[in-house]
Design a protein around this ligand. Structure first.
Ligand code: AHR
Length: 522
C-alpha cells in the first residue's frame, strides 16, 4: 500500500486516505468564503501556448531510459521513442520542447549525434554524473520526437565550448532547402527535406556552466553567434539570448542595452532561469517535509510574480514596444535526489506539493502573458519536477502532469482580468491562500483556481462579467499534500470531476484544502 523506500510511511499513507475520504463525504476543515470577479472584456495578454512548454536534457534518465529506449527495446516504441510517453505528451498538448540542455548544451557538438549510430562518437557527460554519452539520440531523433508529439522544437546551441561556424552549420543542416554542404549531409543521413525550426537558444546559463561570462562579454558573444544564424528557405528563427539567473537584474539591464544594434533588435527572447529552492544548502527530499516546509516553498514560488515584474520593468525601459519577449526557460522545484539514486541524475518524486507549485506558477504566467511568451518546466521526464516518471516498462503521470492537463485549455487563449478576495496564510511571508487566472478562447472561458491552504476549505462566488455562459463544468485535483503516484499505485493523485453551479452569472465552486480546480464556462 505504501512505499517505505520512497519515503512514504504508514502515517503519510493514512493522511492520504483520510484526505480522500473527508473530501468525498464533504466534511472536513473550516470553510472560508471568497468573492471573485472575471471580466471577459478586459483582456490582459495573449497566452502563447509555449507558456506550457517543457525542457529535456541529456541528464540522468530524461532522454536515455526515459523518452528514448532504443529500437530493440521490448517497450513499445517508434524508432526508439516510447509510444506511451508520446501519447502522454499529446494529451496535454505539449507545445514546445527544449533540447539538448541545460548545461549539457554548451558541451554538445551536434555533428557527433548524426549519421550511422554505430560510428557516433562517445563523450563524457561532465555536468551530469560523468556518464558516457553515446550520442544515439541526436538531431534526427529529437526532430522525430517533436513531429510525433506535434510540438515546436527548441534547440539550445553551444556557445560556451562551441564555435560560431558550428552553430551556423547546425541551423543550415536543419533548415536549408537547396544545394549546400550541410543540406547534402542531412540528405545523406536520410532526411531530404529540411525541418522547420523556430526557437533557437544561443547559449545556456552563460553566466555559469555555459562559460562563466560577465554580461558585457556574453552580449558581444551573443551578437556574433546570432549574426551567423540565418533564416534559410523561408524558415524564420526566433533567437533566444541567455537571460539572468533569478534576480540578477544587472544581467537583464546589460543585455537589453546591447541587444539593440544597428537599428534592430538582435534577439526575439531573453531567457530567465528561476528554480523554487528556499535553501540551496538544504533542499530536503521531495516527500519529506512539514507544513512549514510547504509554505516556505510556496513563498519562494510566489516570488516569481515580483521577479517577472521587475525584469519586465527593465525590459520596458529599453523596449517599450515589447519587441523582445521574456522567456522563463527553466523553472520548477529542485529537491535532494531520491535516496539510493545517482546524485548527478536529479531524480525526485513528485507530490501534491509539486502540483500546488505548478498551479500557482502557471496562474502567475497567465497573468504575465503580455510579455512572458514561453516557460519551460524542468524537466519533462525523470528529472527534477518531472511530469512523467518511468521504471523499466512502467510509466506514471505525476501530480504535476495532471496540473498541465487541468490548465491546457488556456493555451492560445486571451488572458482576462481575474480578481479574487484573498488572505495570507503565513504572516510575514507571501503565501496567498488562493491563486487564480482566467482566459477566453472560441466562446469558452477557462478559470483555474488553487486553494493553497492545508487546513481551510474555500467557497468561491465568482461574478462573470461580459461573457454569456449557459453551462458550467469543473475538474479537480486534490489530495493530502504528500500524496503522490508511484509504480505500484499510479493513480493515487488523479483528476476527478467536480461540482460547480452557475446562477445568474455567478459561479459557485468549493475548493477543498490543497486542491486545484479547472472551471469551464460555455
Ligand atoms: O535543469 C538542470 C540544470 O539547471 C540545467 O542543466 C541548467 O541550465 C540549470 O542550472
Amino acid at each position: 500500500m505504501f512505499n517505505k523506500a520512497a519515503g512514504i510511511t504508514e502515517d503519510t499513507a493514512d493522511k492520504t486516505y483520510e484526505h480522500h475520504i473527508s473530501y468525498l463525504i464533504g466534511e472536513r476543515n473550516n470553510m472560508k468564503n471568497f468573492r471573485m470577479l472575471v471580466n471577459a472584456d478586459d483582456k490582459t495578454g495573449h497566452i502563447n501556448r509555449e507558456i506550457y512548454g517543457h525542457f529535456s536534457e541529456h541528464l540522468g534518465r530524461c532522454i536515455y531510459n526515459g523518452i528514448f529506449v532504443g529500437e530493440d527495446s521490448p517497450i513499445p516504441n517508434i524508432h526508439g521513442i516510447r509510444k506511451d510517453i508520446v501519447e502522454a505528451f499529446k494529451n496535454i498538448k505539449l507545445p514546445v520542447l527544449r533540447w539538448p540542455g541545460g548545461c549539457f548544451s554548451d558541451e554538445y557538438h551536434w555533428k557527433d549525434g548524426i549519421g550511422d549510430k554505430s560510428k557516433r562518437k562517445k563523450m563524457i557527460n561532465t555536468n551530469w554524473g560523468g556518464v558516457v554519452e553515446d550520442n544515439s539520440f541526436g538531431t534526427h531523433e529529437f526532430m522525430e520526437l517533436c513531429e510525433l508529439v506535434g510540438c515546436e522544437p527548441y534547440i539550445a546551441g553551444n556557445v560556451g565550448s562551441g564555435t560560431v561556424q558550428e552553430l551556423a552549420e547546425w541551423v543550415e543542416y536543419m533548415t536549408f532547402d537547396g544545394v549546400s554542404p550541410m543540406a547534402q549531409l542531412r540528405s545523406e543521413n536520410g532526411r531530404e527535406k529540411p525541418w522547420k525550426l523556430k526557437y533557437l537558444g544561443i547559449g545556456n546559463e552563460n553566466w555559469g556552466c555555459g562559460g562563466n561570462m560577465k554580461p558585457d562579454f556574453y552580449a558581444g558573444m551573443y551578437k556574433r553567434f546570432a549574426s551567423f544564424c540565418k533564416n534559410y528557405s523561408g524558415n524564420q528563427l526566433y533567437r533566444i539570448a541567455c537571460g539572468p539567473s533569478g534576480s540578477d537584474y544587472e544581467w537583464t539591464e546589460v543585455m537589453m542595452k546591447n541587444l539593440f544594434h544597428n537599428n534592430q533588435w538582435m534577439a526575439e527572447g531573453l531567457a530567465l532561469h528561476f528554480y523554487s529552492i528556499p535553501d540551496w544548502n538544504n533542499k530536503g527530499f521531495a516527500l519529506e517535509f512539514d507544513d512549514d516546509g510547504y509554505y516556505e516553498l510556496l513563498n519562494t514560488v510566489n516570488f516569481t510574480e515580483p521577479l517577472l515584474d521587475n525584469h519586465i520593468r527593465i525590459m520596458d525601459r529599453y523596449d517599450p514596444e515589447g519587441k523582445v519577449d521574456l522567456i522563463l526557460d527553466e523553472w520548477g522545484t529542485w529537491f535532494d535526489v531520491e535516496k539510493g539514486t545517482n546524485p548527478g541524475f536529479l531524480y525526485q518524486q513528485n507530490s501534491m506539493r509539486d502540483a500546488m507549485v505548478a498551479a500557482v506558477s502557471l496562474n502567475i504566467f497567465n497573468r504575465h502573458a503580455k510579455r512572458l511568451k514561453m516557460a519551460n518546466i524542468a524537466q519533462v521526464v525523470n528529472v527534477l519536477q518531472a511530469i512523467i516518471l518511468t521504471e523499466g516498462e512502467k510509466m506514471i503521470k505525476t501530480p504535476t502532469y495532471h496540473v498541465f492537463d487541468l490548465f491546457k485549455e488556456h493555451q492560445d487563449g486571451e488572458a482576462v482580468y481575474c480578481w479574487s478576495q484573498n488572505e495570507n496564510i503565513r504572516d510575514g511571508k507571501s503565501t496567498p491562500m488562493l491563486s487564480s487566472s482566467a482566459s477566453v478562447k472560441d466562446g469558452t472561458m477557462t478559470i483555474t483556481l488553487a486553494n493553497c491552504s492545508l487546513s481551510d476549505d474555500a467557497e468561491i462566488s465568482c461574478d462573470i462579467c461580459n461573457f454569456a455562459a449557459n453551462t458550467v463544468s469543473a475538474r479537480i485535483l486534490t489530495n493530502e499534500v504528500h500524496a503522490h503516484n508511484d509504480f505500484d499505485t499510479p493513480d493515487t493523485v488523479k483528476i476527478e470531476p467536480h461540482t460547480a453551479a452557475l446562477e445568474n452569472g455567478t459561479v459557485k465552486v468549493k475548493l477543498p484544502a490543497c486542491s486545484i480546480v479547472e472551471v469551464t464556462l460555455k
